[in-house]
Design a protein around this ligand. Structure first.
Ligand code: 5GP
Ligand code: MN
Length: 327
């Protein structure tokens, strides 16, 4: 039995299902959750999506009634997690990526299924569908729906389209295979309006966000003879521009628009340390770099949250590790 058929078999046997994804869920996480949950509801399962973080504004159009995604509250949800029969964990493969939901999930007697496309899995799940050749978790959910002989409709195709759109950088990145385009063609057949979706996802930011981008771009610094580019956003920048963490989505990519840059870094100050986004154009495996700081991700896109109180020193540590690739 392959992974997908074991997952469909366990879905068939279980009734009370919880779906979750990683902290600060991106388009792939939210899109995959909504598509899977809507499918499970259509086959009469009792399903809840519970996330550690709120849903970013640019994804809220996917659930206009705002009644499908629950924000984790230990008083409210700990028991539900304990009593679930099946927990499906999407777009991550290290359970610490679920924030403080980690322990309740580990302690639950529910069967755990992990569906993901990142490297270096922790292997916490009873059943895994992990395929690093896939563009997105959304692509894996699509494969699962095909195997289940489910006839796609718009309500499921739309979140899957957003999952694939965002995780491929609008069909630019590695793993945007011919098959991805065939899947997308299939999704579009249900009536998706690509222009409207693009505006919802990419063009509904605030003027404040552009002010913040201006500050981030002004901080841009090149090192390693122009092969490494980095930008910094501090807490005070958010405060002074009236923005928040979700507004920095995508900023890291500006580093890579510079000729000769091979690695782009984005440093974001947190209450107790920093979040680093790593991007690589070609040869540097940034997931290995992120792993040195207990993070992870893909070969060309990775991230880490590093705790500590000396922001400058934490940045310097990351730059030192990065520079080793260019020594
Ligand atoms: P981003 O920099 O856009 O937040 O994340 C880029 C990639 O790295 C994503 O695939 C994401 O899943 C992964 N990633 C980001 N932050 C972390 C982290 O703290 N830990 C791990 N394991 N992966 C991360
Ligand atoms: Mn993903």
């Amino acid at each position: 039995m392959n992974d997908i058929s074991s997952i469909l078999k366990i879905i068939n046997e279980k009734k009370k299902i919880i779906i979750t994804a990683h902290v600060n869920p991106d388009g792939d996480a939210i899109g995959s959750e909504l598509a899977l949950a809507r499918y499970l509801k259509s086959i009469k399962k009792n399903v809840r999506i519970i996330n550690f973080s709120p849903t970013a504004q640019f994804l809220q159009f996917l659930t206009p009634k705002n009644d499908e995604l629950e924000l984790y509250d230990s008083d409210l949800h700990q028991q539900a997690i304990a009593e679930a029969n099946l927990i499906i964990i999407l777009d991550l493969n290290q359970l610490s990526r679920t924030g403080s939901m980690e322990d309740p999930i580990r302690l639950s007697s529910a069967i755990k299924v992990c569906i993901d496309h990142h490297e270096f899995p922790e292997n916490f799940a009873d059943i895994e569908l992990i395929d690093t050749s896939k563009s997105s978790t959304g692509e894996l959910i699509y494969d699962l729906l095909v195997e289940a002989n489910y006839k796609l409709d718009y309500s499921i195709a739309l979140p899957l389209y957003v999952a694939i759109l965002t995780d491929t950088g609008s069909f630019k990145y590695d793993r945007t295979t011919p098959k991805v385009h065939r899947i997308v063609a299939d999704l579009l057949e249900t009536g998706i309006d690509t222009k409207t979706v693009s505006r919802e996802v990419y063009d509904q930011g605030t003027a404040n966000r552009i002010q913040l981008l201006g500050r981030a771009l002004s901080s841009l610094t090149l090192t390693c003879e122009g092969k490494v580019s980095y930008m910094i956003v501090r807490k005070s920048d958010l405060f002074e521009t009236g923005t928040n963490e979700e507004d920095v989505e995508g900023f890291v990519n500006y580093n890579l628009t510079i000729r000769g840059v091979e690695v782009g870094l984005f440093f974001f100050e947190l209450e107790d340390g920093l979040k680093v986004s790593f991007r690589s154009v070609e040869k540097v495996p940034v997931n290995l770099l992120a792993k040195k700081f207990n993070g992870g991700g893909h070969f060309h896109a990775a991230g880490a949250r590093i705790s500590g109180n000396d922001f400058e020193l934490l940045i310097q540590n990351v730059l030192n590790e990065t520079e080793k690739y260019f020594a």
